[in-house]
Write a protein of this length. Structure first.
Lengths: 372, 200
Protein backbone atom coordinates (compact mmCIF):
# COMPACT_ATOMS: atom_id res chain seq x y z
CA UNK A 1 0.00 0.00 0.00
CA UNK A 2 0.97 3.63 -0.44
CA UNK A 3 1.58 5.56 2.75
CA UNK A 4 0.06 9.01 2.91
CA UNK A 5 0.46 9.95 6.52
CA UNK A 6 1.72 8.60 9.80
CA UNK A 7 1.10 9.59 13.42
CA UNK A 8 3.19 8.42 16.35
CA UNK A 9 2.17 8.71 19.99
CA UNK A 10 4.73 7.87 22.66
CA UNK A 11 6.75 5.71 20.27
CA UNK A 12 10.42 5.82 21.37
CA UNK A 13 11.51 9.48 21.43
CA UNK A 14 8.35 10.67 19.63
CA UNK A 15 5.69 11.90 22.06
CA UNK A 16 3.47 13.17 19.29
CA UNK A 17 4.55 13.19 15.66
CA UNK A 18 2.57 13.64 12.49
CA UNK A 19 4.16 13.32 9.09
CA UNK A 20 2.96 13.43 5.49
CA UNK A 21 4.70 11.40 2.79
CA UNK A 22 5.07 12.14 -0.88
CA UNK A 23 4.27 9.49 -3.50
CA UNK A 24 7.94 9.33 -4.48
CA UNK A 25 11.00 10.15 -2.42
CA UNK A 26 10.60 11.72 1.01
CA UNK A 27 13.78 12.78 2.80
CA UNK A 28 14.00 13.12 6.56
CA UNK A 29 16.99 15.24 7.53
CA UNK A 30 18.09 15.93 11.08
CA UNK A 31 21.01 15.63 13.46
CA UNK A 32 21.97 12.38 15.16
CA UNK A 33 19.61 11.48 17.96
CA UNK A 34 16.69 13.44 16.50
CA UNK A 35 14.54 10.33 16.07
CA UNK A 36 14.96 9.46 12.39
CA UNK A 37 15.64 5.78 12.92
CA UNK A 38 12.83 5.68 15.49
CA UNK A 39 10.41 6.83 12.79
CA UNK A 40 11.57 4.14 10.35
CA UNK A 41 11.36 1.57 13.10
CA UNK A 42 7.70 2.50 13.68
CA UNK A 43 6.94 1.97 9.98
CA UNK A 44 8.80 -1.34 10.18
CA UNK A 45 6.63 -2.42 13.10
CA UNK A 46 3.50 -1.62 11.07
CA UNK A 47 4.80 -3.91 8.38
CA UNK A 48 6.17 -6.84 10.36
CA UNK A 49 4.64 -6.46 13.81
CA UNK A 50 8.09 -6.44 15.33
CA UNK A 51 11.08 -4.14 15.39
CA UNK A 52 13.82 -4.53 12.82
CA UNK A 53 16.15 -3.67 15.67
CA UNK A 54 15.12 -6.97 17.24
CA UNK A 55 13.76 -5.56 20.51
CA UNK A 56 10.52 -6.31 22.35
CA UNK A 57 7.59 -3.92 22.74
CA UNK A 58 8.86 -2.57 26.07
CA UNK A 59 11.72 -0.80 24.38
CA UNK A 60 9.42 0.84 21.84
CA UNK A 61 7.33 2.68 24.41
CA UNK A 62 8.46 6.18 25.21
CA UNK A 63 10.17 6.15 28.58
CA UNK A 64 7.68 5.94 31.48
CA UNK A 65 4.72 5.50 29.12
CA UNK A 66 2.41 2.46 29.35
CA UNK A 67 1.63 2.27 25.63
CA UNK A 68 2.53 3.59 22.21
CA UNK A 69 0.32 4.15 19.18
CA UNK A 70 1.33 4.04 15.54
CA UNK A 71 -1.34 5.19 13.09
CA UNK A 72 -0.95 5.19 9.35
CA UNK A 73 -3.26 6.41 6.62
CA UNK A 74 -2.66 4.98 3.20
CA UNK A 75 -4.20 3.63 0.03
CA UNK A 76 -4.46 0.12 -1.30
CA UNK A 77 -6.09 -0.91 -4.58
CA UNK A 78 -7.58 2.59 -4.75
CA UNK A 79 -9.18 2.29 -1.32
CA UNK A 80 -8.35 4.21 1.84
CA UNK A 81 -6.79 2.18 4.60
CA UNK A 82 -6.28 3.29 8.19
CA UNK A 83 -4.01 1.05 10.26
CA UNK A 84 -3.81 1.59 13.99
CA UNK A 85 -1.39 -0.30 16.16
CA UNK A 86 -1.43 -0.07 19.90
CA UNK A 87 1.65 -1.41 21.63
CA UNK A 88 2.01 -2.11 25.30
CA UNK A 89 4.35 -4.31 27.25
CA UNK A 90 4.02 -7.81 25.80
CA UNK A 91 0.94 -7.00 23.74
CA UNK A 92 0.01 -5.51 20.38
CA UNK A 93 -3.47 -4.69 19.19
CA UNK A 94 -4.24 -3.95 15.56
CA UNK A 95 -7.17 -2.06 14.04
CA UNK A 96 -7.74 -1.74 10.31
CA UNK A 97 -10.32 0.87 9.36
CA UNK A 98 -11.38 0.95 13.02
CA UNK A 99 -12.09 -2.79 13.07
CA UNK A 100 -10.00 -4.83 15.47
CA UNK A 101 -8.21 -7.69 13.70
CA UNK A 102 -8.96 -11.07 15.33
CA UNK A 103 -5.38 -12.14 14.70
CA UNK A 104 -2.53 -9.65 14.51
CA UNK A 105 -0.83 -11.59 11.78
CA UNK A 106 -3.68 -10.79 9.41
CA UNK A 107 -1.94 -7.43 9.12
CA UNK A 108 1.11 -8.98 7.43
CA UNK A 109 1.23 -8.16 3.76
CA UNK A 110 -0.83 -4.97 4.12
CA UNK A 111 2.33 -2.86 4.12
CA UNK A 112 5.55 -4.35 2.79
CA UNK A 113 8.84 -2.62 3.51
CA UNK A 114 12.48 -3.10 2.59
CA UNK A 115 14.87 -1.65 5.14
CA UNK A 116 18.45 -0.63 4.47
CA UNK A 117 20.13 0.26 7.75
CA UNK A 118 23.69 0.90 8.92
CA UNK A 119 23.64 -2.19 11.12
CA UNK A 120 22.90 -4.40 8.09
CA UNK A 121 26.57 -5.26 8.40
CA UNK A 122 25.51 -7.59 11.19
CA UNK A 123 23.82 -9.65 8.47
CA UNK A 124 27.30 -10.95 7.69
CA UNK A 125 29.19 -10.44 10.94
CA UNK A 126 26.72 -11.96 13.39
CA UNK A 127 25.76 -15.57 13.96
CA UNK A 128 23.48 -17.63 11.69
CA UNK A 129 20.18 -16.51 13.23
CA UNK A 130 20.28 -13.09 11.47
CA UNK A 131 20.66 -14.77 8.09
CA UNK A 132 17.84 -17.22 8.81
CA UNK A 133 15.68 -14.27 9.80
CA UNK A 134 16.62 -12.44 6.60
CA UNK A 135 15.37 -15.38 4.53
CA UNK A 136 12.25 -15.78 6.67
CA UNK A 137 11.38 -12.07 6.32
CA UNK A 138 11.67 -12.45 2.55
CA UNK A 139 9.45 -15.53 2.58
CA UNK A 140 6.75 -13.60 4.44
CA UNK A 141 7.05 -10.60 2.12
CA UNK A 142 6.67 -12.94 -0.88
CA UNK A 143 3.69 -14.82 0.51
CA UNK A 144 2.10 -13.99 3.86
CA UNK A 145 0.96 -17.61 4.24
CA UNK A 146 4.59 -18.52 4.85
CA UNK A 147 4.27 -16.75 8.18
CA UNK A 148 2.09 -19.60 9.44
CA UNK A 149 4.80 -22.15 8.59
CA UNK A 150 7.50 -20.05 10.27
CA UNK A 151 5.43 -19.25 13.36
CA UNK A 152 4.09 -22.81 13.79
CA UNK A 153 7.56 -24.27 13.36
CA UNK A 154 8.98 -21.94 16.03
CA UNK A 155 6.11 -22.89 18.32
CA UNK A 156 6.66 -26.64 17.88
CA UNK A 157 10.35 -26.17 18.74
CA UNK A 158 9.35 -24.25 21.87
CA UNK A 159 6.74 -26.82 22.93
CA UNK A 160 9.06 -29.71 22.23
CA UNK A 161 11.90 -28.13 24.21
CA UNK A 162 9.54 -27.50 27.12
CA UNK A 163 8.39 -31.11 27.05
CA UNK A 164 12.01 -32.30 26.99
CA UNK A 165 12.81 -30.10 29.99
CA UNK A 166 9.78 -31.34 31.91
CA UNK A 167 10.75 -34.96 31.18
CA UNK A 168 14.07 -34.50 33.03
CA UNK A 169 15.65 -37.24 30.96
CA UNK A 170 12.87 -39.82 31.37
CA UNK A 171 9.68 -40.28 29.38
CA UNK A 172 6.50 -41.88 30.67
CA UNK A 173 4.02 -43.32 28.16
CA UNK A 174 2.01 -40.12 27.75
CA UNK A 175 5.12 -37.96 27.35
CA UNK A 176 6.61 -40.39 24.85
CA UNK A 177 3.47 -40.38 22.73
CA UNK A 178 3.36 -36.57 22.93
CA UNK A 179 7.00 -36.41 21.83
CA UNK A 180 6.19 -38.71 18.90
CA UNK A 181 3.52 -36.23 17.83
CA UNK A 182 5.91 -33.27 18.16
CA UNK A 183 8.60 -35.11 16.17
CA UNK A 184 6.14 -35.61 13.32
CA UNK A 185 4.97 -31.99 13.39
CA UNK A 186 8.53 -30.70 13.71
CA UNK A 187 9.61 -32.73 10.69
CA UNK A 188 6.66 -31.82 8.48
CA UNK A 189 6.95 -28.10 9.19
CA UNK A 190 10.75 -28.25 9.25
CA UNK A 191 10.99 -29.88 5.83
CA UNK A 192 8.58 -27.32 4.44
CA UNK A 193 10.58 -24.41 5.90
CA UNK A 194 13.87 -25.87 4.68
CA UNK A 195 12.43 -26.24 1.20
CA UNK A 196 11.13 -22.66 1.22
CA UNK A 197 14.44 -21.22 2.39
CA UNK A 198 16.52 -23.19 -0.11
CA UNK A 199 14.14 -22.18 -2.85
CA UNK A 200 14.15 -18.47 -2.06
CA UNK A 201 17.94 -18.50 -1.65
CA UNK A 202 18.49 -19.97 -5.10
CA UNK A 203 16.11 -17.45 -6.65
CA UNK A 204 17.96 -14.72 -4.81
CA UNK A 205 21.60 -15.51 -5.51
CA UNK A 206 21.89 -14.47 -9.17
CA UNK A 207 20.40 -11.13 -8.12
CA UNK A 208 22.79 -10.81 -5.19
CA UNK A 209 25.75 -11.46 -7.50
CA UNK A 210 24.53 -8.86 -10.00
CA UNK A 211 23.86 -6.31 -7.30
CA UNK A 212 27.29 -6.91 -5.79
CA UNK A 213 29.02 -6.38 -9.11
CA UNK A 214 26.97 -3.25 -9.76
CA UNK A 215 27.75 -1.79 -6.31
CA UNK A 216 31.40 -2.78 -6.22
CA UNK A 217 32.01 -1.70 -9.78
CA UNK A 218 34.01 -4.84 -10.53
CA UNK A 219 33.04 -8.36 -11.56
CA UNK A 220 32.93 -10.71 -8.55
CA UNK A 221 31.50 -14.13 -7.91
CA UNK A 222 29.17 -14.39 -4.95
CA UNK A 223 27.82 -17.79 -4.00
CA UNK A 224 25.74 -19.01 -1.12
CA UNK A 225 25.26 -22.39 0.42
CA UNK A 226 22.43 -23.44 2.67
CA UNK A 227 23.69 -25.88 5.27
CA UNK A 228 21.10 -28.11 6.87
CA UNK A 229 21.51 -29.24 10.45
CA UNK A 230 20.17 -32.65 9.45
CA UNK A 231 21.15 -35.18 6.83
CA UNK A 232 19.26 -37.77 4.82
CA UNK A 233 16.03 -37.83 2.85
CA UNK A 234 13.58 -37.28 5.63
CA UNK A 235 13.88 -35.04 8.63
CA UNK A 236 11.79 -37.33 10.83
CA UNK A 237 14.46 -40.00 10.78
CA UNK A 238 17.14 -37.50 11.83
CA UNK A 239 14.93 -36.18 14.62
CA UNK A 240 14.20 -39.66 15.92
CA UNK A 241 17.88 -40.57 15.86
CA UNK A 242 18.71 -37.47 17.87
CA UNK A 243 16.05 -38.18 20.51
CA UNK A 244 18.33 -39.60 23.20
CA UNK A 245 20.71 -36.69 22.81
CA UNK A 246 17.85 -34.16 22.75
CA UNK A 247 16.39 -35.69 25.86
CA UNK A 248 19.72 -35.48 27.67
CA UNK A 249 20.22 -31.83 26.69
CA UNK A 250 16.56 -30.73 26.85
CA UNK A 251 16.82 -29.11 23.46
CA UNK A 252 15.96 -29.74 19.82
CA UNK A 253 19.13 -30.24 17.80
CA UNK A 254 17.77 -30.96 14.32
CA UNK A 255 15.84 -28.63 12.07
CA UNK A 256 15.88 -25.32 10.24
CA UNK A 257 16.24 -23.36 13.50
CA UNK A 258 19.80 -24.70 13.52
CA UNK A 259 20.59 -24.26 9.81
CA UNK A 260 23.22 -21.88 8.46
CA UNK A 261 23.55 -19.79 5.33
CA UNK A 262 27.11 -19.08 4.33
CA UNK A 263 28.17 -16.69 1.63
CA UNK A 264 31.44 -16.52 -0.26
CA UNK A 265 32.88 -13.65 -2.27
CA UNK A 266 35.39 -14.90 -4.85
CA UNK A 267 35.92 -18.07 -2.83
CA UNK A 268 36.45 -16.24 0.46
CA UNK A 269 34.15 -16.72 3.40
CA UNK A 270 32.21 -13.51 3.85
CA UNK A 271 32.07 -13.80 7.61
CA UNK A 272 35.66 -14.56 8.47
CA UNK A 273 37.74 -13.60 5.45
CA UNK A 274 36.10 -10.67 3.68
CA UNK A 275 37.07 -7.08 4.41
CA UNK A 276 34.68 -4.70 6.14
CA UNK A 277 34.15 -2.89 2.83
CA UNK A 278 33.26 -6.14 1.05
CA UNK A 279 30.93 -7.11 3.86
CA UNK A 280 29.18 -3.77 3.64
CA UNK A 281 28.73 -4.12 -0.11
CA UNK A 282 27.44 -7.66 0.25
CA UNK A 283 24.96 -6.67 2.96
CA UNK A 284 23.66 -3.95 0.67
CA UNK A 285 23.51 -6.41 -2.23
CA UNK A 286 21.44 -8.81 -0.12
CA UNK A 287 18.89 -6.09 0.68
CA UNK A 288 18.88 -4.91 -2.89
CA UNK A 289 18.31 -8.40 -4.28
CA UNK A 290 15.55 -9.11 -1.77
CA UNK A 291 13.80 -5.90 -2.73
CA UNK A 292 14.05 -6.79 -6.41
CA UNK A 293 12.69 -10.28 -5.87
CA UNK A 294 9.70 -9.09 -3.83
CA UNK A 295 8.98 -6.27 -6.29
CA UNK A 296 8.76 -8.82 -9.11
CA UNK A 297 6.37 -11.07 -7.21
CA UNK A 298 3.88 -8.68 -5.68
CA UNK A 299 1.66 -6.08 -7.29
CA UNK A 300 3.15 -3.12 -5.49
CA UNK A 301 6.84 -2.61 -4.75
CA UNK A 302 7.62 -2.54 -1.04
CA UNK A 303 8.10 0.80 0.62
CA UNK A 304 11.84 1.48 0.69
CA UNK A 305 13.28 2.69 3.97
CA UNK A 306 16.87 3.87 3.58
CA UNK A 307 18.23 4.69 7.00
CA UNK A 308 21.37 6.79 7.02
CA UNK A 309 22.87 4.78 4.15
CA UNK A 310 24.75 7.75 2.75
CA UNK A 311 27.00 8.03 5.78
CA UNK A 312 28.14 4.46 5.23
CA UNK A 313 28.87 4.58 1.52
CA UNK A 314 31.31 6.41 -0.66
CA UNK A 315 29.85 8.67 -3.34
CA UNK A 316 30.17 6.08 -6.11
CA UNK A 317 28.36 3.32 -4.22
CA UNK A 318 25.70 5.69 -2.92
CA UNK A 319 24.95 6.87 -6.44
CA UNK A 320 24.98 3.30 -7.78
CA UNK A 321 22.51 2.28 -5.09
CA UNK A 322 20.15 5.22 -5.44
CA UNK A 323 20.06 5.22 -9.21
CA UNK A 324 19.59 1.46 -9.62
CA UNK A 325 16.98 0.66 -6.99
CA UNK A 326 13.62 -0.31 -8.46
CA UNK A 327 11.92 2.70 -6.99
CA UNK A 328 8.44 2.93 -5.63
CA UNK A 329 7.69 5.00 -2.60
CA UNK A 330 10.89 5.72 -0.69
CA UNK A 331 11.87 7.26 2.61
CA UNK A 332 15.48 8.24 3.15
CA UNK A 333 17.05 9.62 6.31
CA UNK A 334 20.27 11.52 6.60
CA UNK A 335 22.17 13.61 9.14
CA UNK A 336 23.62 15.73 6.37
CA UNK A 337 22.17 17.34 3.25
CA UNK A 338 21.60 14.90 0.39
CA UNK A 339 24.05 14.86 -2.53
CA UNK A 340 22.98 16.90 -5.54
CA UNK A 341 22.22 13.77 -7.57
CA UNK A 342 19.33 12.89 -5.24
CA UNK A 343 16.22 15.01 -5.66
CA UNK A 344 13.56 14.31 -3.06
CA UNK A 345 9.91 15.21 -3.68
CA UNK A 346 9.51 16.28 -0.07
CA UNK A 347 11.89 17.16 2.75
CA UNK A 348 11.04 16.85 6.43
CA UNK A 349 13.40 18.36 8.96
CA UNK A 350 13.87 16.87 12.41
CA UNK A 351 13.42 17.69 15.21
CA UNK A 352 9.85 18.81 14.69
CA UNK A 353 8.72 20.98 17.56
CA UNK A 354 4.97 20.87 17.64
CA UNK A 355 3.98 23.81 19.84
CA UNK A 356 0.24 23.51 19.26
CA UNK A 357 -0.03 20.03 20.73
CA UNK A 358 2.06 20.59 23.82
CA UNK A 359 0.07 20.56 27.05
CA UNK A 360 -3.12 19.40 25.38
CA UNK A 361 -5.31 16.44 26.23
CA UNK A 362 -4.77 13.24 24.23
CA UNK A 363 -7.07 13.34 21.23
CA UNK A 364 -10.32 11.40 20.80
CA UNK A 365 -9.01 8.49 18.79
CA UNK A 366 -6.46 7.70 21.44
CA UNK A 367 -9.24 7.52 23.99
CA UNK A 368 -11.27 5.10 21.88
CA UNK A 369 -8.27 2.88 21.23
CA UNK A 370 -7.43 2.41 24.88
CA UNK A 371 -10.97 1.45 25.74
CA UNK A 372 -10.79 -2.17 24.42
CA UNK B 1 -1.23 1.65 47.93
CA UNK B 2 -4.46 1.73 49.91
CA UNK B 3 -6.19 4.52 48.04
CA UNK B 4 -9.75 3.18 48.24
CA UNK B 5 -12.00 1.99 51.05
CA UNK B 6 -11.15 -1.57 52.04
CA UNK B 7 -14.26 -3.36 50.61
CA UNK B 8 -13.69 -1.63 47.28
CA UNK B 9 -10.06 -2.75 47.25
CA UNK B 10 -11.14 -6.32 47.93
CA UNK B 11 -13.64 -6.20 45.06
CA UNK B 12 -11.03 -4.78 42.65
CA UNK B 13 -8.61 -7.55 43.65
CA UNK B 14 -11.21 -10.27 43.13
CA UNK B 15 -12.29 -8.93 39.74
CA UNK B 16 -8.68 -8.59 38.68
CA UNK B 17 -8.17 -12.31 39.21
CA UNK B 18 -10.73 -13.17 36.51
CA UNK B 19 -9.39 -14.17 33.09
CA UNK B 20 -9.08 -11.31 30.63
CA UNK B 21 -9.59 -8.61 33.23
CA UNK B 22 -6.60 -6.40 34.00
CA UNK B 23 -6.24 -3.97 36.91
CA UNK B 24 -7.73 -1.08 34.90
CA UNK B 25 -10.85 -3.00 33.83
CA UNK B 26 -11.23 -4.36 37.37
CA UNK B 27 -11.26 -0.81 38.68
CA UNK B 28 -13.76 0.30 36.03
CA UNK B 29 -16.14 -2.60 36.79
CA UNK B 30 -15.86 -2.05 40.55
CA UNK B 31 -16.80 1.62 40.24
CA UNK B 32 -19.62 0.69 37.91
CA UNK B 33 -20.99 -1.75 40.49
CA UNK B 34 -20.68 0.94 43.13
CA UNK B 35 -22.95 3.15 41.06
CA UNK B 36 -25.73 0.73 40.07
CA UNK B 37 -28.83 -0.11 42.15
CA UNK B 38 -28.59 -2.62 44.97
CA UNK B 39 -31.12 -4.97 43.27
CA UNK B 40 -28.94 -5.22 40.18
CA UNK B 41 -25.93 -6.13 42.25
CA UNK B 42 -27.81 -8.71 44.24
CA UNK B 43 -29.11 -10.27 41.02
CA UNK B 44 -25.52 -10.59 39.84
CA UNK B 45 -24.33 -12.06 43.11
CA UNK B 46 -27.21 -14.58 43.12
CA UNK B 47 -26.35 -15.60 39.57
CA UNK B 48 -22.75 -16.22 40.63
CA UNK B 49 -23.75 -18.42 43.57
CA UNK B 50 -26.45 -20.17 41.52
CA UNK B 51 -24.06 -21.20 38.80
CA UNK B 52 -21.72 -22.70 41.39
CA UNK B 53 -24.54 -24.54 43.20
CA UNK B 54 -26.57 -25.77 40.24
CA UNK B 55 -24.19 -26.22 37.35
CA UNK B 56 -21.37 -28.72 37.24
CA UNK B 57 -19.72 -30.85 34.61
CA UNK B 58 -21.40 -33.87 33.03
CA UNK B 59 -20.05 -37.10 34.51
CA UNK B 60 -19.85 -38.69 31.12
CA UNK B 61 -18.79 -36.01 28.61
CA UNK B 62 -17.71 -33.04 30.79
CA UNK B 63 -20.12 -30.64 29.12
CA UNK B 64 -21.80 -28.23 31.54
CA UNK B 65 -24.77 -29.92 33.19
CA UNK B 66 -27.51 -29.18 35.69
CA UNK B 67 -27.52 -32.73 37.01
CA UNK B 68 -25.10 -35.66 36.85
CA UNK B 69 -25.53 -35.81 33.06
CA UNK B 70 -25.83 -32.98 30.55
CA UNK B 71 -28.85 -32.36 28.32
CA UNK B 72 -27.21 -33.98 25.31
CA UNK B 73 -26.22 -37.16 27.18
CA UNK B 74 -29.77 -37.30 28.55
CA UNK B 75 -31.36 -36.93 25.12
CA UNK B 76 -32.37 -40.43 23.83
CA UNK B 77 -32.68 -39.17 20.23
CA UNK B 78 -28.93 -38.47 19.94
CA UNK B 79 -26.84 -41.06 18.10
CA UNK B 80 -24.87 -43.23 20.47
CA UNK B 81 -22.24 -44.48 18.08
CA UNK B 82 -20.47 -41.24 17.22
CA UNK B 83 -18.62 -38.88 19.54
CA UNK B 84 -17.28 -35.46 18.73
CA UNK B 85 -14.19 -34.56 20.79
CA UNK B 86 -13.82 -30.85 21.60
CA UNK B 87 -11.53 -28.74 23.77
CA UNK B 88 -14.07 -26.70 25.75
CA UNK B 89 -17.79 -26.77 26.54
CA UNK B 90 -18.17 -23.56 24.53
CA UNK B 91 -17.16 -25.50 21.40
CA UNK B 92 -20.24 -27.71 21.87
CA UNK B 93 -22.43 -24.64 21.63
CA UNK B 94 -20.72 -23.66 18.36
CA UNK B 95 -21.20 -27.14 16.87
CA UNK B 96 -24.81 -27.36 18.07
CA UNK B 97 -25.62 -24.12 16.26
CA UNK B 98 -24.70 -25.79 12.95
CA UNK B 99 -27.38 -28.45 13.47
CA UNK B 100 -25.17 -30.77 11.40
CA UNK B 101 -24.21 -33.14 14.19
CA UNK B 102 -26.59 -35.61 15.89
CA UNK B 103 -24.12 -37.60 17.98
CA UNK B 104 -22.72 -36.92 21.43
CA UNK B 105 -19.65 -35.13 22.71
CA UNK B 106 -16.54 -35.46 24.82
CA UNK B 107 -14.90 -32.36 26.30
CA UNK B 108 -11.14 -32.59 26.88
CA UNK B 109 -11.01 -29.47 29.05
CA UNK B 110 -8.13 -27.98 27.11
CA UNK B 111 -5.40 -28.96 24.67
CA UNK B 112 -1.87 -30.30 25.02
CA UNK B 113 0.37 -27.34 25.75
CA UNK B 114 3.64 -28.02 27.65
CA UNK B 115 4.37 -24.28 27.81
CA UNK B 116 1.33 -23.94 30.02
CA UNK B 117 2.03 -27.13 31.90
CA UNK B 118 -0.76 -29.09 30.21
CA UNK B 119 -0.02 -32.65 29.16
CA UNK B 120 -2.43 -35.50 28.32
CA UNK B 121 -2.78 -36.32 32.06
CA UNK B 122 -4.28 -32.90 32.71
CA UNK B 123 -6.96 -33.52 30.06
CA UNK B 124 -9.95 -35.86 29.96
CA UNK B 125 -8.09 -38.22 27.65
CA UNK B 126 -8.13 -41.34 29.84
CA UNK B 127 -11.87 -40.79 30.33
CA UNK B 128 -12.29 -40.85 26.55
CA UNK B 129 -10.49 -44.19 26.32
CA UNK B 130 -12.71 -45.57 29.07
CA UNK B 131 -15.83 -44.43 27.21
CA UNK B 132 -14.66 -46.09 24.01
CA UNK B 133 -14.04 -49.32 25.86
CA UNK B 134 -17.45 -49.32 27.53
CA UNK B 135 -19.84 -47.58 25.10
CA UNK B 136 -20.80 -48.79 21.66
CA UNK B 137 -18.86 -46.23 19.64
CA UNK B 138 -18.05 -46.52 15.95
CA UNK B 139 -16.68 -43.12 15.06
CA UNK B 140 -14.70 -40.42 16.84
CA UNK B 141 -14.65 -37.00 15.21
CA UNK B 142 -11.85 -34.85 16.57
CA UNK B 143 -12.91 -31.20 16.60
CA UNK B 144 -10.05 -29.54 18.44
CA UNK B 145 -9.15 -25.98 17.44
CA UNK B 146 -7.38 -25.47 14.10
CA UNK B 147 -4.23 -24.13 15.75
CA UNK B 148 -0.98 -25.87 16.66
CA UNK B 149 -2.07 -27.04 20.12
CA UNK B 150 -5.35 -28.35 18.69
CA UNK B 151 -3.50 -30.24 15.95
CA UNK B 152 -1.09 -31.73 18.48
CA UNK B 153 -4.00 -32.91 20.61
CA UNK B 154 -5.82 -34.35 17.60
CA UNK B 155 -2.71 -36.27 16.49
CA UNK B 156 -2.16 -37.52 20.04
CA UNK B 157 -5.70 -38.88 20.33
CA UNK B 158 -5.52 -40.45 16.87
CA UNK B 159 -2.33 -42.29 17.86
CA UNK B 160 -3.75 -43.34 21.19
CA UNK B 161 -6.87 -44.76 19.51
CA UNK B 162 -4.84 -46.87 17.07
CA UNK B 163 -5.16 -49.77 19.49
CA UNK B 164 -8.96 -49.68 19.12
CA UNK B 165 -9.00 -50.84 15.53
CA UNK B 166 -12.77 -51.10 15.20
CA UNK B 167 -13.11 -47.36 15.48
CA UNK B 168 -13.05 -44.83 12.71
CA UNK B 169 -11.21 -41.64 13.71
CA UNK B 170 -11.81 -38.52 11.66
CA UNK B 171 -10.69 -34.91 11.86
CA UNK B 172 -12.76 -31.87 11.05
CA UNK B 173 -12.05 -30.93 7.43
CA UNK B 174 -9.97 -27.85 6.74
CA UNK B 175 -11.70 -24.77 5.50
CA UNK B 176 -11.58 -23.51 9.04
CA UNK B 177 -9.39 -20.49 9.52
CA UNK B 178 -5.95 -21.76 10.56
CA UNK B 179 -4.76 -20.42 13.87
CA UNK B 180 -8.30 -19.75 14.97
CA UNK B 181 -10.74 -20.85 17.59
CA UNK B 182 -13.52 -23.27 16.87
CA UNK B 183 -16.19 -21.06 18.38
CA UNK B 184 -14.98 -18.18 16.21
CA UNK B 185 -15.75 -20.02 12.95
CA UNK B 186 -19.14 -19.20 11.45
CA UNK B 187 -21.87 -21.82 11.36
CA UNK B 188 -21.73 -22.43 7.62
CA UNK B 189 -17.97 -23.05 7.60
CA UNK B 190 -18.21 -25.26 10.65
CA UNK B 191 -21.12 -27.25 9.19
CA UNK B 192 -19.24 -27.78 5.94
CA UNK B 193 -16.10 -28.79 7.83
CA UNK B 194 -18.12 -31.34 9.72
CA UNK B 195 -19.52 -32.88 6.55
CA UNK B 196 -16.15 -32.97 4.80
CA UNK B 197 -14.22 -34.53 7.69
CA UNK B 198 -11.29 -36.74 6.79
CA UNK B 199 -9.85 -39.91 8.26
CA UNK B 200 -6.83 -39.62 10.54
N1 LIG C 1 12.00 4.25 24.53
C1 LIG C 1 12.46 5.50 24.36
N2 LIG C 1 11.90 6.54 25.00
C2 LIG C 1 12.38 7.79 24.84
N3 LIG C 1 13.42 8.09 24.06
C3 LIG C 1 14.03 7.09 23.39
C4 LIG C 1 13.59 5.75 23.50
N4 LIG C 1 14.38 4.97 22.74
C5 LIG C 1 15.28 5.79 22.18
N5 LIG C 1 15.09 7.07 22.57
C6 LIG C 1 15.86 8.23 22.17
O1 LIG C 1 15.85 8.37 20.78
C7 LIG C 1 17.04 8.98 20.36
C8 LIG C 1 17.65 8.23 19.19
O2 LIG C 1 16.77 8.30 18.13
P1 LIG C 1 17.18 7.77 16.71
O3 LIG C 1 15.93 7.63 15.94
O4 LIG C 1 18.05 6.58 16.81
O5 LIG C 1 18.02 9.01 16.17
P2 LIG C 1 18.61 9.26 14.72
O6 LIG C 1 17.91 10.51 14.24
O7 LIG C 1 20.06 9.48 14.93
O8 LIG C 1 18.30 8.08 13.89
C9 LIG C 1 17.99 8.97 21.53
O9 LIG C 1 18.09 10.28 22.01
C10 LIG C 1 17.32 8.07 22.53
O10 LIG C 1 17.55 8.51 23.84
MG1 LIG D 1 19.69 6.70 13.06
ZN1 LIG E 1 -22.74 -35.17 28.75
Amino acid sequence: MKLHQIWLTDFRSHADLSLTFSEGLTAVIGPNGSGKTNLLEAIGVLSRLRSFRGVSNDRLLRREQPRAIVRAQGERDGRDVLIELELSSGRSTVFVNKQRLPRNRDLLGALRVTVFAPDDLSLLKDGPSVRREYLDDLLIALDTRNDAVIADYARVVKQRNTLLKQAKGRLDDAAELTLDVYDTQLSALGERLTYLREHVLSALMPRVANAYTMLAGTECSVVASYRRSWEGDGMLEAVQEARAQDLARSTTSMGPHRDEVSLRIDEFDSRTEASQGEQRTLALALRFAGHELVTEHVKEPPLLLLDDVLSELDEARATALLTNLPVGQTLITSATELPASVRPDAIVRFPIINLTTLDTEPDQVVEVLTDG
Amino acid sequence: MSTYARPLEVLIDELGRLPGIGPKSAQRIAFHLLNVDRVDVSRLSEALIDVKDKVSFCERCFNVAEGPLCEICNDPSRDHDVICVVEEPKDIAALERTGAFRGRYHVLMGAINPLEGIGPEQLKVKELATRIASEDIEEIIICTNPNLEGETTAAYIARMLKSFDMIKVTRLASGLPVGGDLDYADELTLGRALEGRSAL
